[in-house]
Design a protein around this ligand. Structure first.
Ligand SMILES: [Ca+2]
Length: 411
């Protein structure tokens, strides 16, 4: 083959190869896809009427599915557990009360579609009256001679980490805000996926509410749902029964009586919420409850990561079959000092039993049907139910001799 022919042959081969590659690219390159869109509909401004918080309401639509949703205020993450985030097939509804600190001026709602398409909306916070940062009291400078006559105001009392609520006598512990990992990766399906959650400082009941305290509320004329008719569930360690004579005054029905030291039971969620309103308190949110029980290090149980039946009122390996006076297990205290957060009575929380962000289980109980119970109860014989991450939902009208409440209060 001559040099000219060789050159012509190579050129022909290159042309064929180029045409083949072009053909391949034409055959296999999909039409340029329009990336699935994610849109956020949220107001541009929101009024902080209460000065220390603002309601953020927004609608997210995501073509092809929604992956992540998050809310932050001036760079701090805001928890979106429970009723704060309602997912649907085409997106989600966000409805969350955002706690504010001094200087906070914007809330950012972010969303990402399953195809990775991000969107965000910035909501400017308008305050009706700006909060005033507490100013340290200026201390007079000591003078040498001549000694001036100065009035030294008494120092402010040290900030107490414990207080008693006047209306109901609840002992409240100051829970310093912080971040922790809520949920778990190896527990029940409804605890997944674990997520970092930031909790603002708040007050939490040191003990479950007692019969002595509930009697003060009942003295105002309040009648519980069990007393209005139907009674409540009674478990005696062996058999279950719906007992029409059971109510908080007669926890196990019939002739049983309410020991003032014992946690109140046979109260529905509605009763528990009414008690809190009367006392000027509120039920803890799920993140608050779990944070108070597990601490910043996310303990499995209030006292640590290993099951210890001697640290809480339970029926694991025994037939205890009854609750005990609140605070009977000081060695079972949570990192913040709350007692009986595992065992004794199950505790109502404020939140609906709903899906955690990113949870994919087919749990049909999720939604605004059931209220969350936390901490397990005296009759359980499985250590898993005493874990701080364990969740359960029950009808807001349900009552039994194993369910009570713990109070909390905004700082
Ligand atoms: Ca408890």
């Amino acid at each position: 083959m001559s040099g000219g022919n060789r050159t012509a042959a190579i050129s022909t081969l290159l042309l064929i190869a180029a045409l083949a590659l072009w053909g391949l690219s034409v055959a296999h390159t999909p039409r340029p896809a329009v990336p699935p869109q994610v849109r956020i509909n949220a107001p541009g401004t929101a009024s902080a009427v209460a000065r220390d918080s603002v309601m953020l309401v927004g609608t997210i639509s995501a073509e092809g599915g929604l992956s992540e949703v998050s809310v932050s205020v001036n760079g701090r993450d805001v928890p979106l557990a429970g009723a704060a985030l309602k997912r649907s097939a085409g997106g989600a509804q966000v409805n969350v009360r955002v706690p504010l600190e001094v200087g906070d001026n914007s809330v950012v709602l972010m969303a990402t579609s399953t195809a990775g398409k991000p969107a965000q909306a910035v909501v400017t916070v308008e305050r009706t009256a700006p909060p005033v940062a507490p100013q340290p009291t200026p201390r007079p400078v000591a003078q040498a001679t001549p000694a001036p006559v100065v009035y030294n105001p008494p120092p402010p009392p040290p900030q107490s980490n414990e207080m008693v609520n006047d209306a109901d006598g609840s002992v409240l512990l100051r829970i310093p805000g912080g971040a922790f990992t809520m949920g778990s990766s190896d527990g029940e399906a409804d605890e997944k996926p674990p997520q970092r959650v930031t909790v603002q400082s708040f007050w939490m009941g040191k003990y479950e509410v007692t019969n002595e305290q509930f009697a003060r509320f009942a003295a105002t004329g309040y009648v519980t749902e069990a007393e209005k008719g139907g009674g409540g569930f009674v478990y005696d360690g062996t058999t279950w029964k719906q007992d029409e004579s059971a109510n908080w005054r007669h926890p196990s029905g019939g002739g049983s009586s309410a020991d003032p030291r014992l946690p109140v039971v046979q109260v529905s969620w509605n009763d528990a919420a009414a008690y809190c309103r009367w006392a000027g308190l509120r039920l803890p949110s799920e993140p608050e409850w779990e944070y108070a029980a597990r601490g910043t290090e996310g303990r499995k149980y209030p006292w640590g990561n290993d099951w210890d039946a001697s640290r809480c009122c339970n029926s694991v390996g025994s037939k205890r079959g009854r609750p005990l006076p609140v605070g009977s297990y000081p060695a079972g205290a949570s990192p913040f000092g709350c007692l009986d957060m595992a065992g004794n009575v199950w505790e109502w929380t404020a939140d609906w039993y709903d899906r955690y962000l990113g949870n994919t289980s087919d749990e049909s109980s999720f939604g605004q049907k059931y209220r969350v119970l936390r901490g397990g109860s005296w009759y359980f014989n499985n250590p898993d139910f005493f874990r701080g991450a364990d969740r359960f939902g029950d009808d807001p009208t349900f009552k039994g001799n194993f369910i009570g409440l713990r109070v909390s209060r905004t700082l």
